[in-house]
Design a protein around this ligand. Structure first.
Ligand code: 5AD
Ligand code: FES
Length: 355
């Protein structure tokens, strides 16, 4: 089993021939444990309102230069119907931490989606109070995504102002598992101040936590954020993690090695770095999920967590016909059905590690 030194050596590796060995190994482990299906998760960016002040994020409360929107239940349901038409098995509802999306409002949305479409429903709505998470699970939500962003506590605190009295993200992840959600988390790659050592620790955390889904993407500077304005220090020369495609796909590959049966997306942020081949490269180096955007075009532009987001000017139909072709082109199969995690390696459940 790969240890911390092994992980660190791969993260620092620059030789393309040696790296291709890592990628081949990750691809083989991916095939053995989760097969050739690539699951399609339709993403609906339900609201760009947010009460939090994450220093990297373009829709943080601190950005007063953007127009804010919140979709209605009927608009979200229209996206759900489209997901069914396009053959997706899962709908992901993502938003800033927006209390205008009320406990009851989201519950009603989830119930309507389940009643009308039967799609698997994933929520990604931030660090909401326990009562909300309980209600949404009861309403039928299947999964929840909450990245811990970095396991370096000092770096996390510097870029992620806390809300007083709130549990930390690891505690929330444990509670989500206890409530019966399939739980997803992940990190940003190349945050200013992030070191190779701390990124190696992130991968050890992935190994320790029994997450069903692990998403990693490059940090992309947004000019209207404190982090994007260059006011944060970077790590010393040679220690700063690069926010590039190679580093991100190394992390995808290593994530596959430490969590062979997890669902791992090839992220939109990765596709943003290289629109022509970034998503495919992620899929060829360990990933088995993609998240086509279903957000209506007018809102899509406004959900700018980072600039230049891939497919921002496309329609849901365009991505819906493009992506399955891209998947077939690299010899894989567009997934059918909800594509939940099927355990192939024994490990302690997240609820017992963190709950
Ligand atoms: N660049 C890349 N990813 C970002 N996210 C937020 N801001 C950025 C950015 N500037 C990611 C965070 C969050 C996810 C929804 O989007 O990791 O968890
Ligand atoms: Fe969006 Fe190809 S995936 S157009």
């Amino acid at each position: 089993m790969i240890d911390r030194d092994g992980i660190l050596a791969w993260l620092r590796e620059t030789d393309p021939t040696r790296l291709s060995r890592l990628y081949r190994r990750a691809d083989a482990v991916r095939r053995e444990h989760v097969g050739n299906e690539v699951h399609l998760r339709g993403l609906v960016e339900v609201s760009n309102h947010c009460v939090r002040r994450c220093a990297y994020c373009g829709i943080a409360a601190t950005n007063d230069g953007i127009e804010r929107y919140r979709m209605t239940e009927e608009e979200v349901l229209a996206c759900a119907r489209q997901a069914v038409e396009l053959g997706y098995g899962t709908l992901v509802l993502q938003a800033g931490e927006d209390y205008g999306l009320t406990r009851e409002g989201v519950s009603s949305m989830v119930r309507a989606i389940k009643r009308e479409t039967g799609l698997a429903v994933t929520l990604s709505l931030g660090e909401r109070p326990e009562e909300d998470l309980v209600a949404w699970r009861e309403a039928g939500a299947d999964r929840y995504l909450l990245r811990f962003e970095t396991s370096d506590a000092a770096l996390y605190q510097a870029i992620h102002p806390a809300m007083p009295g709130r549990p930390d993200r690891f505690a929330i992840l444990g509670r989500l598992a206890v409530l019966g959600y399939e739980v997803g988390s992940g990190v940003l790659v190349g945050i200013p101040g992030q070191t190779w050592e701390s990124l190696a620790n992130d991968l050890l955390v992935f190994r320790q936590l029994d997450l069903e889904m692990i998403g990693v993407g490059p940090y992309i500077p947004h000019p209207a954020t404190p982090l994007g304005s260059g006011r944060f220090p970077v790590a010393p020369e040679g220690e700063q993690v690069l926010a590039d495609e190679e580093t991100t796909t190394k992390v995808v590959a290593l994530t596959r090695l430490v969590r062979p049966d997890a669902n791992i997306p090839s992220t939109t942020a990765l596709a943003t770095l290289d629109p022509s081949w970034g998503r495919e490269r992620g899929l060829l180096r360990g990933a088995n999920v993609v998240m086509p955007n279903l957000t209506p075009p007018a809102y899509r532009q406004l959900y700018e967590i980072y600039p230049g987001k891939a497919c921002v000017n496309e329609t849901a139909e365009a991505c819906g016909s493009c992506l399955p072709n891209r998947i077939r082109m690299i010899g894989r199969v567009p997934g059918k059905g909800p594509g939940g995690r099927r355990r192939t390696v024994a490990s302690g459940a997240l609820s017992s590690v963190l709950g």
